[in-house]
Design a protein around this ligand. Structure first.
Ligand code: ANZ
Ligand code: ZN
Length: 816
């Protein structure tokens, strides 16, 4: 017997898998397929335990399906563009490209050391020029179809570094690099029209129900934020029309039933009427300044801030009562939502109420609860019964909403309106390390896409990245080009794409073998076969943006004719966080455990076993050194005891009658684990329960000494544990079975038959205990066991009667 040496065993099998190309998908598309995908990593430098968890879960599933005879696609790649590479360049002077590819090489080795069964052939990084080529091609298609457009939008701007800052680079309102106060600046930006797909993105969530965590579906639904209500124009009175030059303004409300309670109107600080009043010099300087401050705050801070407002000294007319309504500017009104203006009903809305209290505006209740009193110390925001509402008084809210909308439509005052909170996707970044936007600005033709035959537009390598300005903009020659349409001198767009664009289609790229990557982004034959991803695995932090963008991109590519597919991810698993001492493992907290060290000390199988044993995948996982030790000891035992088995070429047969109790128990535990494995790998992913069953089986095997039962046990256990601890399983299965056991195994039902039975013990008819007795036990033996189990209730009392109902219960009647 040899000693368990994870290093040599793991190296041996990793080399073997690589040499054999064991994990390359087949191109025979008549086989049943399984596409297992763990979200690809950002090449930050080193892998962390979150990665280990993500990829171990995916790997276990991929290996299982391979053994089940399916054609498995289990690829890996690198989400390789992004800010950290540029930050490294600023800090250490290393070129982002060099930094990125070096990190990839290092992390690839780390992943390899875990024995992950990835396809090598399909690996790529999103900063590969061949990947940019196709991404740019899609962008051009989207531009041509009107799905991409240009519009001014606010960015964080550092006046000192003359650079746009990401939100993370703004620290307490100041530049992370030079501490200068950051300002909001309007610049031309590019947007993808995801709002065109809002309804479909919402509706198709239904198709995912049951296969995606309900929490993720709810988050997406919320993010899309569909509201239905009434849109109408609030007319300004004569004088205010004169003053502002506007006839009125649009408002959107989800509560038309509250319309008789409107006591003021509020505009967003960016509203055109506000701008016009300022332009005309009609506001005093104090008001103007206050509005300017509001405009300069971003939407989120404004929403959280205390309610602030300015009276504009203009009035609107209530569309139903004709009353004069004061018009204010308010910081809680968002310019990008609805029409950037609200009819305020302080009696029935929290924000309106707070604002009205602060500025002493009237509050008029028009809805009361169905039963119970109206509490006028606070807003009543629930539906109820209308009063003081003209002809609509007495109606319940729901009915009134409907009737009021119909009324507005009939009178031509307004119409039924649907609004989505979802906004178009801002995809331009004023940065170097990203996919260049393949558009050219021509002084004569406007914005013109690059010719597709000239793609990819590649990044210049000779740049110095300092954090000042935009390197592409500053490069002496790069941006100068000719207009593809008229040949005039023109300039390349120097913005690059948001890195979420790359992760919106990488899963399609993997489906196509590398030899086609030059000619096509992916082939329809491949996406038709492989898509959708059968199992997607990743962190909950991607619940909204990445998944929504990927769903959107898939639908766009469908409409552009690239794929026949509505939804990219059939089933989603969001893995829980890895914690240490109750807190999320993270560099900033200094509580990380380095995966390399664990692999070095114990081997990859131990790391994998611990990760899958410590918690079900969707739950948080608390790191435990003792748990790692325990995992190691189990594998060591598993290896050492494999020498109790003798080599076999097929599963042996047993006559249960000829076996001892221990032998029967051993077989039963082994087959129970086998039975469990199916549900675990196909349905619930509770690997921990399977591992526990395998541990019990190993213990039960150890309580007997029939070599053939050992062999049968290992035939099955190495099979069902292979997805979790592949190296040791291949090692044992090679020696004992020449790996003939890595296919489907039939459950031997006779091994699972119970030979004990559970019997209830009652004392004076009261249920007190339960005993498990061998089926073969005599009546006397059963009674003795029952008395022992019920001793507490019998002690010191006189037994009057003992009743044994065979196979069901024992009742003991006592007195005193
Ligand atoms: C009157 C009213 C009375 C409202 C009431 C609510 C309750 P959701 O559900 O998020 O769509 N609103 C409309 N446009 C807005 C904007 N640009 N910024 C801030 N708030 C805005 O919310 C729709 C409601 O939010 C609308 O219905 C409007 O206030 C407000 F008892 O109109 B409501
Ligand atoms: Zn031109």
């Amino acid at each position: 017997m040899s000693k368990y040496d994870p290093k040599s065993i793991e190296k041996k099998w990793q080399d073997f898998w690589k040499d054999q190309g064991s994990f390359e998908p087949s191109e025979e598309y008549n086989k049943p397929k399984m596409y297992v995908l763990s979200m690809f990593p950002y090449p930050s430098g080193r892998i962390h335990m979150g990665h280990v968890r993500n990829y171990t879960i995916g790997d276990a599933l991929a290996r299982y399906h391979r053994k089940a005879g399916r054609n498995v696609l289990h690829p890996i790649g690198w989400d390789a563009f992004g800010m950290p590479a540029e930050n490294a360049a600023i800090k250490h002077g290393v070129h982002p490209k060099k930094w990125t590819y070096e990190n990839i090489a290092y992390m690839r080795k780390e992943l390899d050391s875990l024995g992950l069964s990835f396809s090598y052939e399909r690996e790529f990084a999103t900063c590969d020029e061949l990947y940019s080529k196709w991404e740019q091609s899609f962008i051009i298609d989207m531009w041509n179809k009107g799905l991409m457009y240009r519009k001014k939008a606010a960015v964080n701007w550092c006046p000192h570094d003359k650079t746009v800052l990401a939100n993370e680079q703004v620290i307490e309102g100041r530049c992370w690099r030079c501490d200068t106060e950051v300002v909001q600046k309007d610049i031309e930006q590019y947007f993808l029209k995801i709002t065109d797909y809002a309804e479909e993105l919402l509706q198709d969530l239904q198709k995912l129900e049951g296969n995606w965590p309900s929490q993720v579906i709810a988050m997406q639904r919320n993010w899309i934020g569909k509201s239905q209500g009434l849109g109408f124009t609030m007319k300004l009175d004569e004088e205010s029309q004169q003053k502002s030059g506007f006839e009125g303004f649009e408002v959107f409300t989800t509560r038309p039933d509250t319309i008789y309670g409107v006591t003021y109107a509020a505009l967003a600080p960016e509203h055109p009427i506000v701008k016009e009043l300022i332009n005309k010099g009609l506001l005093d300087s104090q008001s103007e300044q206050k509005i300017c401050v509001m405009q300069n705050q971003n939407a989120r801070t404004r929403q959280q801030a205390e309610k602030e407002g300015v009276f504009l000294d203009i009035y609107a007319i209530h569309p139903l009562t004709g009353q004069k309504i004061p018009v204010w500017v308010a910081n809680f009104v968002l310019t990008e939502y609805g029409s950037g203006a609200v009819m305020a009903v302080p009696a029935h809305d929290e924000r309106d109420f707070e604002f009205a209290k602060k500025y002493n505006l009237p509050i008029k209740y028009v809805i009361k609860p169905k039963d119970g009193e109206l509490d006028t110390t606070k807003p009543y925001t629930e539906p109820g019964i209308l009063f003081d509402s003209g002809e609509f008084s007495g109606l319940p809210s729901e009915e009134a909403k409907e009737k009021i909308i119909v009324y507005f439509e009939e009178k031509g005052l307004g119409k039924r309106t649907i609004n989505y909170r979802l906004k178009d996707w801002l995809v331009s970044r004023q940065r170097y390390w990203g996919t260049p936007i393949p558009l050219i600005k021509c002084p004569k033709c406007g914005i013109v896409p690059e010719k597709k035959e000239n793609l990819p537009v590649t990044l210049p390598e000779d740049v110095t990245i300092t954090g000042e300005g935009n390197p592409l903009e500053l490069h002496p020659t790069w941006k100068h080009t000719k207009c593809p349409q008229c040949g005039a001198d023109a300039q390349r767009e120097t913005d690059t794409l948001d890195t979420f664009v790359e992760s919106s289609w990488y899963f399609l790229r993997y489906t196509t073998p590398r030899r086609f990557w030059e000619e096509v982004p992916f082939r329809k034959t491949d996406t038709d076969y492989w898509m959708p991803v059968d199992q997607y695995i990743g962190g909950i932090e991607h619940a909204i943006l990445h998944l929504l963008y990927a769903r959107f991109f898939t639908k766009v590519l469908r409409d552009l004719g690239y794929v026949n597919l509505d939804e990219p991810f059939k089933r989603l698993l969001t893995q829980g966080m890895v914690l240490k001492d109750g807190a999320k493992m993270s560099k900033s907290k200094g509580n990380t455990v380095d995966p390399d060290e664990i692999v070095e000390k114990y081997g990859a199988d131990t790391a994998r076993l611990f990760i899958l044993f410590a918690a079900p995948p969707a739950k948080e996982l608390e790191w435990s050194d003792a748990g790692v030790e325990g995992a190691y000891r189990f594998i060591k035992r598993f290896y050492e005891r494999s020498f109790n088995a003798k080599p076999i070429a097929e599963l042996p047969q047993f006559d249960p009658k000829s076996l001892t109790k221990e032998q029967k128990t051993a077989r039963k535990k082994v087959y129970e684990a086998l039975q469990k494995s199916h549900d675990v790998y196909e349905k619930n992913f509770n690997f921990n329960t399977l591992i526990a069953a395998a541990m019990e089986a190993l213990n039960a095997l150890s309580a007997q000494d029939n070599a053939l039962i050992w062999s049968e046990g290992y035939w099955i256990l190495t099979n069902i544990l292979e997805p979790i601890i592949p190296h040791i399983s291949w090692e044992i299965a090679q020696r004992l079975f020449e790996r003939k056991n890595f296919g489907a195994i039939r459950v031997d039902e006779t091994a699972l038959e119970e030979d004990t039975i559970k019997i209830a013990v009652t004392v004076n008819g009261k249920r007190r205990a339960e005993i498990e007795v061998p089926k073969s036990a005599s009546k006397e033996e059963v009674l003795a066991m029952a008395k022992e189990a019920g001793a507490k209730w019998i002690e010191g009392k006189e037994i009057i009667k003992e009743i044994v109902v065979p196979g069901r219960l024992v009742n003991i009647v006592v007195k005193g």
